[in-house]
Every structure is written in structure tokens, then in C-alpha cells.
Design a protein around this ligand. Structure first.
Ligand SMILES: Nc1nc2c(c(=O)[nH]1)N[C@H]1C(S)=C(S)[C@@H](COP(=O)(O)O)O[C@H]1N2
Ligand SMILES: [Mo]
Length: 518
């Protein structure tokens, strides 16, 4: 037994206050995380030990678990992951405390192991620098010191001197809560300051985008149906989907986009060269393959960017290339058919959204936007690399996790009003919503009540084939419980009514709402 104190206390295993030892471990764990988070302010948010472990876990997660997480937690999946991580860590830290109270070396080894796992995770991130493990090492050292100091102050469970025992206990609890409190504050400060991304934020704030060489055609006022979601999604409400636990911080001054692979000329595009190109403005509706029928992982915005086609023309792809693998600063990849990037559609290296530089979490400074394809195969944010290749030779991030290598958007519809479960009065009821078939266009929308006949809805004005289209229908509602269905048509015919899950290449089926008419 190592000495665990010099005052009168028992050192027999049975006499050790296990609960207090666990508390000491948890406090030391908080110190570890707190110090790690503070040091990560200097080495980058992705080197934060909790973030690095979480990100490694995300990349290693099998498709079914990820699918479960997005289905059940939606865009809160990152929060749920963070909470899960803290719970697991608290358990392991408590164990380290209990072990250390019995035999110091056991507890110490567990702390070192945990720090080593975090450090290795940080070093293995695609955007890791040589200092990536420093926060984990610093956190581990601080955690070891804290653990030792607290274990040395552990009061005995059974003591003859009750007054003495009480002061011992009080001073231990004070030291433990101080350590835990400081650790948590440091972790919160480290994360919130780091997440805000000072460097990228400052760069973004000082930017002015050049005007478009080709402006988007004016949007007809009649694209909007009254009383439903805005046709132009406010950037703050634009859905966000990515694998990044720490939003990549990319400085436009050092940003480069390398084009290589099956090309005649390797090309490297800088921010200044991108700004000097003829920029195009286009309204494009972006949506996620994980969007369930009726879901809201979809948004429509005006993007500003350089056509990818022009950059590829400089590189001169070989004739046998059929795919471009785009890679982000944090190692995400997407496989886009080369045809979608070289035909006449507005496939953009986007720098602007809604007349402003891209929001940092939507890909600042440069992302891809390709009309007609789901985001996972086209919309790479924080893009830094384009490899011209073949579907037969390379696979992208989600394809390696069970999703289809190709992801054209499926024609879909959503009923926005009335809401599911609504109670409405008999008589004229407005049924309205949105349909999309990017790069094909919506030609017709129909609504069905219960098992009645399909009825044509009124289409709102058209914002172009790359955007969603709103519609409305006046329903002569009769008393009772009714179910409303919607389906859209593109130039190839009606959308699929089969119920198909989102994996592997997007959901199919009719959106429907149940309504009580009184
Ligand atoms: N770097 C990076 N880009 C990414 C992703 C990602 O995980 N990492 N996710 C893609 C997916 S699945 C979608 S649906 C869109 C979402 O873009 P948004 O967050 O701007 O709405 O980004 C795409 N681009
Ligand atoms: Mo997505």
C-alpha cells in the first residue's frame, strides 16, 4: 500500500471511502478535460481531447449506428454524442479515483491510458498538426497531479476522532469541488472560445465579396405561398449536416484548392484567383439524403461562386475520368459524377450565400454546391482538394459507410399546412407545401384526401428548375378525421409512392398528415 495520507486514517481496502475516491477521480477528470480544452485554444479546436475522441468515434461509427443517431436525434446528434462522451469519461474517471485510492499506480496508469487515447485520436485527425497531442498530454499531466493531491487528502471512512474526521471530510470535499469546478469552467471556456473560431471569424468579418459577373435572374414575387416556410431559407435557419465536431477553421489567405488526378495539368487555385474569376450567382435548393419523407433537412439559398466547370477546364480532365472526389479540410470526401461538374448547370465553388461570405459552419471560405445531387455526394464544405478519378477506383466518406456512390435528388413533396394532428373547421381549408426535383423541375403537384382521387394543386411561381416549388390547394373539408397525401411530378412523371428508407440513396414515399375536421 502506498501512503495515502499522514493523518489518522485507515489504509485498509475495506476502510477506504470508495464514493469519495470516485469523486476525486471525477474531479481529476474534469481538470484533465479543462486543461486540455484551454491548451487547445492554441493548437486548434480539433485538438481538444473530447473533440478529437468524438470525431474519431464518429468516423469509426458503423452506418447503422449513424443512421440510428440521425433518425432519433436529428441534428442534435452531436449534442447527444458529447453528453454520451462525458458520461463515459466520468465513469472511467471515477474508476481511476477508486483504483488510485487502493493502489496509486493503477489509477495513474488509467489516467495515462485515457490521455494517450485522446492524444492518438488528435494526431490521427486528417487536419492534425504536429502539436495535436499537446492538449491531451497537458491535460493528462494536470489530471495526474490533481488526482494525486486529492487522493492524498482522502479522509478515512472510519475514524475514532469524529471531529477530526469531519474537518478532513470538509476540506477534501472543498478541494474536490474546487478542482471539479475549475475543470468544468476551463472546459466550457475552452470549447466556447474555440468553437467560435477567432481566426476564421475575423477573416470572414473583414471580407468583401466581388460582385457577380452573372447575376441570378430576379425571383418572381409569386414564388411564396402565404403562411408556409419562406421560399428563401434565412441563413440562420439553414439546416446543417456534417461530421465536424469542431468546425474547421480555414483562413482564406492560406486556402488553396488543388486539382489533380486524371488531368493534363495539375492546378492550384488560390483565394485571390478565385475572387478574380467570373463569379456566378444562382438559387439552388440543397437537401440531405438523410431527409425522411416530410423532413426538414432542406434549404434554398442564393449562392455566389466560380463554376467548377471553369476550374476543371484549366485542369483538362482525361476522357476516361467519370468522377471528382472532393475533400474538405477535415477529411470528409464526396464523389460527384464529373458530368454534373462540367455540363451547363450551376455547379459552384461557392464563396457567398445570401450576399455574404459563407457562414463558417456552412463551409467558409469555399464549398461546393451542385444542383440536382444530394449534399453527401456534392456539397463539400471547407473544400481543399479535387481529385479527378473514376467511380471504379475511389470511394467517398459515406459510400464507405453503406450509402450509394451516386446520389441524384429524388422528386419529393412536403405538406407544410395543415400540420399533422391539426384541428380545422369544416369548409375551405388551405393545404400548402413545397415540392422539389432539383435540376429537373416541378411540373405538377397533386393532393389526395383519404383514398379519393388525386386533385391538381395550384403551383406558385417558378424560381427555376434547381429550386423547390411551393403550391397550395383549397380543400372543401368535411367533418371527421382525414388523411391528406401529396405527390409531385417532374418532366419524367410522378414521384415514387413506395415507402423507401433514406439509406442507401434517399427516401421515397408520399408525405401525409392526419387532420381532425370539426
Ligand atoms: N466537409 C464536409 N462537407 C459536407 C459534409 C460533411 O460532413 N463535411 N456533409 C455533406 C452533407 S451530408 C450535406 S447534406 C451538406 C449539408 O450542407 P449544409 O450543412 O450547409 O446544409 O453538406 C455536405 N458537405
Ligand atoms: Mo446529407
Amino acid at each position: 500500500m502506498p501512503e495515502v495520507g499522514t493523518t489518522a486514517r485507515t489504509t485498509t481496502p475495506t476502510g477506504l471511502p470508495t464514493g469519495l475516491a470516485a469523486l476525486a477521480g471525477i474531479a481529476a477528470g474534469a481538470v484533465t478535460v479543462g486543461v486540455g480544452s484551454l491548451v487547445a485554444l492554441f493548437t486548434g479546436a480539433s485538438t481538444n481531447p473530447l473533440t478529437a475522441v468524438g470525431a474519431t468515434f464518429v468516423d469509426a461509427t458503423p452506418a447503422w449506428l449513424k443512421e440510428f443517431a440521425t433518425t432519433n436525434f436529428g441534428t442534435n446528434d452531436k449534442l447527444v454524442l458529447g453528453i454520451g462522451e462525458v458520461i463515459v469519461l466520468a465513469g472511467l474517471a471515477a474508476l481511476a479515483g477508486i483504483l488510485a485510492a487502493r493502489r496509486w499506480a493503477w489509477g495513474a496508469v488509467l489516467v495515462v491510458l485515457l490521455a494517450a487515447v485522446a492524444g492518438l485520436a488528435a494526431l490521427s485527425r486528417p487536419d492534425a498538426g504536429s502539436l495535436a497531442a499537446v492538449p491531451s498530454v497537458a491535460g493528462g499531466v494536470a489530471g495526474l497531479i490533481a488526482l494525486r493531491l486529492l487522493i492524498d487528502r482522502l479522509p478515512a471512512a472510519a475514524s475514532d476522532d469524529r471531529a477530526h474526521a469531519r474537518t478532513d471530510r470538509r476540506s477534501f470535499l472543498l478541494a474536490t469541488s474546487a478542482a471539479a469546478g475549475l475543470g468544468v469552467v476551463a472546459a466550457v471556456v475552452g470549447r466556447s472560445v474555440g468553437a467560435a473560431g477567432r481566426a476564421a471569424r475575423a477573416a470572414r468579418a473583414s471580407l468583401t465579396l466581388p460582385p457577380p459577373a452573372t447575376s441570378a435572374a430576379p425571383v418572381p414575387a409569386g414564388v411564396q405561398v402565404a403562411g408556409i416556410e419562406p421560399w428563401a431559407t434565412p441563413p440562420a435557419d439553414f439546416y446543417r449536416i456534417d461530421t465536424a465536431l469542431a468546425v474547421p477553421q480555414v483562413d482564406p489567405a492560406t486556402w488553396e484548392l488543388r486539382v489533380h488526378g486524371l488531368v493534363e495539368n495539375e492546378v492550384t487555385l488560390t483565394w485571390d484567383e478565385l475572387q478574380a474569376a467570373d463569379l456566378v450567382e444562382a438559387w439552388v435548393t440543397l437537401c440531405c439524403v438523410s431527409n425522411p419523407v416530410g423532413g426538414d433537412l432542406i434549404g434554398n439559398q442564393r449562392w455566389l461562386g466560380m463554376p467548377v466547370r471553369e476550374l476543371l477546364a484549366r485542369a483538362k480532365p482525361h476522357a476516361d475520368a467519370d468522377m471528382v472526389l472532393s475533400t474538405s479540410a477535415d477529411g470528409f470526401t464526396a464523389s460527384t459524377p464529373i458530368e454534373a461538374l462540367t455540363d451547363d448547370r450551376d455547379a459552384l465553388l461557392a464563396v457567398g450565400m445570401n450576399d455574404e461570405p459563407l457562414p463558417i459552419e456552412h463551409g467558409f471560405p469555399v464549398r461546393m454546391v451542385v444542383p440536382g445531387l444530394y449534399g453527401y455526394v456534392s456539397a463539400t464544405k471547407w473544400v481543399v482538394d479535387l481529385e479527378v478519378t473514376r467511380f471504379a477506383d475511389k470511394t467517398a466518406y459515406w459510400t464507405d459507410r453503406g450509402w450509394s456512390p451516386q446520389g441524384p435528388v429524388k422528386t419529393q413533396s412536403r405538406i407544410s399546412v395543415p400540420r399533422s394532428g391539426a384541428e380545422v373547421k369544416a369548409g375551405d381549408v388551405v393545404v400548402a407545401g413545397t415540392s422539389w426535383a432539383q435540376h429537373r423541375g416541378i411540373t405538377r403537384v397533386q393532393v389526395r384526401v383519404d383514398d379519393g382521387a388525386w386533385q391538381d394543386a395550384d403551383l406558385a411561381d417558378d424560381g427555376g428548375i434547381d429550386t423547390w416549388r411551393q403550391w397550395s390547394w383549397r380543400w372543401p373539408a368535411t367533418a371527421g378525421h382525414h388523411r391528406l397525401y401529396v405527390r409531385a411530378f417532374d418532366p419524367d412523371g410522378p414521384q415514387s409512392g413506395r415507402n423507401v428508407d433514406v439509406i442507401p440513396d434517399g427516401a421515397e414515399g408520399y408525405d401525409q398528415v392526419g387532420v381532425d375536421v370539426t
